[in-house]
Ligand binder design. Structure first.
Ligand code: ATP
Ligand code: MG
Length: 443
């Protein structure tokens, strides 16, 4: 016998009824995004590897060790094979599309959201998968459209607070920091490099490398033993120039005015290289080690770093898998955990041995189910050769009511309906059936 095949490590199947919760999250996100006048963008699941190398950064964990990359065979002898990568995140793809479609030339801010799978070769564990889903958004545009304004940052953060509240996530924390301009970061990197010269040898392998190549990344280290050392390092807030300080103060003032509560976290630098100024994470205590629900920030230099025009922007990506885990743990949505129930089970009844009658009744049952489904009802359709007992058993497992359609019912146009929760049996005319089935079916 051949070995049974299973979903690849780090990937998973999402099944009903859990997918109901996923759909509800996505519907809520779409509704909230629409209120803030965002439109949806869908970019390809794979891109040229160079996009991520330049747009996310060679030194990041994502690019240095987490990408699924392959050489795509050349079509012609003269062509070189192309290196392609499954997208590990969606911001680089959105900015690539912004440049490719010259969206900056509209002179307007582009407000784009996406929902879809991302791929990273990470060690799978709770809240961390190799294929996971992100819901994200970007606000990007020419400076003349106000894309650099701190009001954009505050508006995005206020939208996120609203979205998490509407999703029913209780107890989230907004952690906020500014990593300044690229000049600020260069200055801070030098300060960190000197400070780390003596400290790095006591830290993890990754930090020893980062201390030389990109000291800022040291702050992003997750190794517990390194945390006390990281605590002693100089803070980036002290390296910000006046413009960056003023920008950040305006973000904070707007959040205060809107009543969005946040916590300043001077160590928050995020995993991606392209962030400038405002950086943030929304965390949740219930998630354990993987406590970030979402992360994001401003990326004023990203477009230029992948060959586009100057296009400041700000965005975020939420881990949809982690939203689901949080909501399940809260049991905020107990209904999502119960099996799906149809409004009714249409049970055709015919003598299985009489092929002609079976054909007629099954056909009539499909017509009736079509009528009821078109009226907006959730209908399960049985099979005419089932015995009455078998139809009842099947119906009881998946529907609130059963509708019997036998020869008599077909002739008279009056159907027998049983409501399981109350045990009540009723005769209902075909004209009134849809209304009857839409009425409450007891507890
Ligand atoms: P982490 O520190 O948890 O690795 P990150 O900094 O790599 O996160 P981002 O690249 O900013 O994460 O992605 C934004 C969000 O996407 C995260 O806050 C998280 O909710 C989610 N996310 C990231 N990687 C995974 C993964 N492998 N599985 C599930 N969700 C993920
Ligand atoms: Mg990560």
């Amino acid at each position: 016998m051949s070995q049974t095949l299973k979903a690849v490590r780090g990937t998973r199947d999402l099944l009903p009824p859990e997918t109901e919760l996923w759909n509800r999250i996505e519907a809520t996100a779409r509704r909230v995004f629409a209120r803030y006048n965002f439109g949806e963008i869908r970019t390809p699941l794979f891109e040229d590897t160079g996009l991520f190398a330049r747009g996310v950064g060679e030194e990041t964990d994502i690019v240095s060790k987490e990408m699924y990359t392959w050489e795509d065979r050349a079509r012609a002898q003269s062509e070189k094979p192309q290196s392609l990568t499954l997208r590990p995140e969606n911001t680089a793809g959105v900015v690539r599309a912004y440049i490719e479609h010259k969206l900056g030339e509209t002179g307007q801010l582009q407000k784009l959201y996406y929902i879809g799978p991302q791929f990273r070769r990470e060690r799978p564990q709770k809240g961390r998968y190799r294929q996971f889903f992100q819901i994200g958004a970007e606000v990007i545009g020419p400076q003349s459209a106000g894309s650099e304004s701190p009001l954009r940052d505050a508006e995005v953060l206020e939208m996120l607070a609203t979205l998490l509240d509407e999703l029913g996530i209780v107890g989230w924390t907004l952690e906020l920091n500014s990593v300044g301009s690229s000049a600020d970061r260069a200055r801070y990197n030098d300060i960190l490099r000197s400070a780390l010269a003596a400290l790095a040898p006591k830290m993890c392998q990754d930090c020893q490398r980062r201390a030389v190549t990109n000291p800022l990344r040291v702050l992003d280290c997750k190794v517990p033993e390194d945390q006390p050392i990281i605590e002693t390092l100089p803070k980036i807030a002290d390296s910000l120039d006046e413009e960056s300080k003023t920008h950040f103060a305006q973000v904070c003032a707007a959040l205060d005015a809107a009543g969005v509560v946040y916590k300043l976290n001077p160590r928050l630098v995020r995993g991606l290289d392209y962030y400038t100024r405002t950086t943030f994470e929304f965390t949740h205590g219930g998630l354990g080690a993987q406590n970030a629900l979402l992360g994001g920030g401003r990326y004023d230099g990203l477009s230029e770093s992948i060959g586009g025009p100057k296009a400041p922007g700000i965005g975020f990506a939420m881990g949809e898998d982690r939203l689901v885990l949080t909501l399940q743990a809260q049991e905020a949505d107990p209904k999502a955990a119960s099996p799906l129930f149809a409004d009714a089970f249409v049970a055709p009844m015919a003598n299985a041995k009489d092929a002609e009658k079976l054909k007629t009744i099954n056909a009539a049952a499909l017509a009736l189910a079509r009528e009821l489904r078109r009226a907006g009802l959730r209908i399960e359709l049985g099979e005419g050769s089932f015995r009455l007992k078998k139809s009842f058993e099947a119906a009881d497992k998946c529907a609130r009511r059963i509708v019997i359609l036998g020869e008599d019912e077909l002739a008279s146009g009056v159907l027998t309906v049983k409501t399981f929760a109350t045990g009540e049996q009723a005769k209902v005319s075909r004209a009134e059936l849809a209304t009857f089935l839409a009425s409450p079916a007891g507890v």
